[in-house]
Design a protein around this ligand. Structure first.
Ligand code: NAD
Length: 261
């Protein structure tokens, strides 16, 4: 595998599971010191243990709730103390809330989904972007969703946060261009993670993942299947790398063509 992130420092929120864990593993395989941030500290530790077991670069797990600004500020201080600078920030942590129309959504669920998805992305950017050296070609990748651009029943709360992330991406790209920091987003379609596997274990879990990620496993996109987390990690790492040096402010759908049908 190429070493596009040799000696870089990459911070990935929601690094304990799913797309975030796959992104941490890929960044480390490509040479980065990874900081896996997750409010589930054990899962972040597991990601980092796996990196070290594979002989990857020295990496760090930090238990942090991205929706808590003072906790995010402390996390950024720890990153600064340990590594001194950041080259890539992946704002991936996100939650879903029970799907319902706006007319039925209560204030508590609005607060929860806005706090984690939208304000979490803002807080991590606020405290970690200043650790990216001016002129070093650093990058931020925000994880949105195809839902940001779709009209669909009952997803207004989640989709509103993801639409906000896409808008924030456009404007952050302008705000940080003179520091040579690029800011882009990816919008995943359906990606099979531990969340979808649910209670299934062993052979049943493997068969479920195989079925959904093989052509015929989904009717929502051109490829007619769900993605594996590694396929999102590949796109995120491309945007974070110097190979994407002329891409900023864009939202890349990684959705098997779902957004064009
Ligand atoms: P996941 O639930 O498998 O993993 C999310 C990780 O984020 C978990 O480890 C969780 O503990 C962590 N997390 C959640 N809230 C947090 C908080 N407040 N602070 C710190 N960590 C927190 O999710 P996933 O499917 O890998 O999704 C990752 C991102 O991709 C999310 O932003 C999600 O909205 C987006 N996305 C996923 C899909 C999909 O089909 N899987 C589709 C579109 C968008």
């Amino acid at each position: 595998m190429s070493q596009r992130f040799q000696n870089d420092v990459a911070v990935v929120t929601g690094g304990g599971a799913g797309i975030g864990a796959a992104t941490c593993r890929r960044l480390a395989r490509e040479g980065a010191h990874v900081v896996a941030v997750d409010w589930d500290g054990e899962s972040a530790e597991e990601t980092v243990d796996a990196i070290h077991r594979d002989g990857g670069p020295e990496s760090l797990a930090i238990e942090t709730d991205v929706s808590d600004e003072s906790a995010v500020a402390e996390m950024a201080d720890r990153v600064d103390e340990r590594f001194g600078a950041v080259d890539a920030l992946v704002n991936n942590a996100g939650i879903r809330v029970d799907p319902k129309p706006v007319t039925e959504a209560d204030e508590a669920s609005w607060d929860r989904v806005l706090d984690v998805n939208l304000k979490g992305t803002a807080f991590c950017s606020k405290h970690l972007v200043p650790l990216i050296d001016d002129g070093s070609g650093g990058a931020v990748v925000n994880v949105a969703s195809v839902g940001a651009g779709w009209a669909r029943e009952n997803w207004a709360q989640y989709d509103a946060t993801k639409g906000g992330i896409v808008s924030m991406t456009h404007d952050m790209a302008c705000d940080h261009a003179d520091q040579d920091i690029r800011v882009n987003a990816v919008s995943p379609g359906w990606v099979i993670t531990e969340y979808h596997v649910g209670d299934r274990t062993g052979q049943a879990a493997r068969e479920f993942v195989d079925e959904k990620t093989t052509r015929g496993g989904s009717d929502e996109n051109i490829l007619e299947r769900a993605a594996k987390p590694d396929e999102l990690a590949a796109a995120i790492c491309f945007l974070a790398s110097d190979e994407a040096s002329f891409l900023t402010g864009v939202n890349v759908p990684v959705d098997g063509g779902a957004s064009v049908i």
